[in-house]
Ligand binder design. Structure first.
Ligand SMILES: Nc1ncnc2c1ncn2[C@@H]1O[C@H](COP(=O)(O)OP(=O)(O)OP(=O)(O)O)[C@@H](O)[C@H]1O
Ligand SMILES: CC(C)(CO)[C@@H](O)C(=O)[O-]
Ligand code: BAL
Length: 285
């Protein structure tokens, strides 16, 4: 595995791969890698001839300076995990490499980002779209891999790919969980033992909501209330939002259930000072 630290080096490598007709898979990450990331890398290695993994804590997508400062950074451990998982080139640029000058272009995804993460983290998806566009241009992937744990991010990038005619296949990979249900996340490293003990409640709340949605005996508003009450009973958790949304448009589901629709149950919550997100999907008959 080679480590590339400049945008020019990645572009030059991409050009050689393209000339040799090799299929390129891209896995964008912010590092502090876990099994969820590694499964994306293994999937990319199966589907493509070469795999680029980027590890870059992207400042433009953070709306909270403290969250950016505390984001876990373990580059040596990340590099050691990636080779065996099938990564061909690890791209680890500096902020100056990715942003040689301040950007002026603004991304606005309309209704898609007026809800959930977009609503609660102003500017977040502008930053994600900026850096992902740059990564697409530098590595010109045939396929790009993203996790469904960041469901709204997948929807935003799907829109980005369509609107800007990026010639690539977007692969959305299911959420990988710990044995007790907690979604794997780099930020889990910041959980104290006490916070880690209560964090699985988030998935339990989603599972409770999903079982009620499947039965369709309660209204969306009643399901909302049941999930919020479940989490309110856990003093170690502060819910930021819980949303019942259409799984494709991410717009709120209200009033009644639509037959055949995909329903996403999404939440963000603070557990011992760490902000975590999670979601589950239910397809209605
Ligand atoms: N548990 C998981 N299962 C599958 N994919 C995941 C999982 N966690 C993260 N990913 C995906 O890995 C890619 C990189 O994510 P990122 O580096 O932000 O890690 P993360 O674990 O989501 O960290 P955090 O949520 O703390 O920012 C994203 O496409 C993300 O959706
Ligand atoms: C896609 C991404 C790597 C862009 O910085 C980030 O949002 C993430 O890790 O999900
Ligand atoms: N995986 C989402 C990246 C972020 O929280 O900024």
């Amino acid at each position: 595995m080679e480590i590339l630290q400049s945008a020019a080096a990645l572009q030059a490598q991409t050009e050689i791969w393209r000339q040799n007709k090799l299929r390129i898979g891209l896995v964008p990450t912010m590092g502090a890698l876990h099994e969820g990331h590694l499964q994306l890398v293994r999937a990319a290695a199966q589907d493509n001839d070469v795999v680029v993994v980027s590890v870059f804590v992207n400042p433009t997508q953070f709306n909270n300076a403290e969250d950016f400062r505390l984001y876990p950074r373990v580059p040596d451990a990340d590099a050691a995990l990636l080779g065996p998982a099938g990564c061909t080139a690890l791209f680890m640029p500096s902020v100056e490499q990715m942003y040689p000058q301040p950007t002026v272009l603004r991304f606005d995804f309309g209704p898609l980002e007026r809800v959930m993460e977009g609503e609660h983290r102003p500017g977040h998806f502008h930053g994600v779209a900026t850096v992902v566009s740059k990564l697409f241009h530098l590595s010109r992937p045939h396929r790009a891999y993203f996790g469904q744990k960041d469901l709204q991010q997948v929807a935003v990038i799907r829109q980005l790919v369509a609107d800007l005619s990026f010639d690539l296949e977007l692969v959305a990979y299911p959420t990988i969980r710990e044995a007790d249900g907690l979604a794997m996340s780099s930020r889990n490293r910041r959980l104290s033992p006490e916070a880690r003990a209560v964090a699985p409640r988030l998935y339990q709340a989603l599972a409770l909501g999903a079982s009620l949605v499947e039965k369709q005996q309660e209204s969306p508003e009643a399901v909302q209330q049941a999930v919020e009450q479940f989490l309110a009973a856990e003093p170690g958790i502060t819910l930021e939002y819980f949303a019942l949304a259409d799984g494709r448009t991410l717009q709120p589901v209200t009033g009644q259930w639509s037959p055949g629709s995909l329903v996403a149950l999404c939440l963000a919550a603070h557990v011992g000072g760490v902000r975590l997100i999670d979601n589950v999907l239910v397809t209605l008959p």
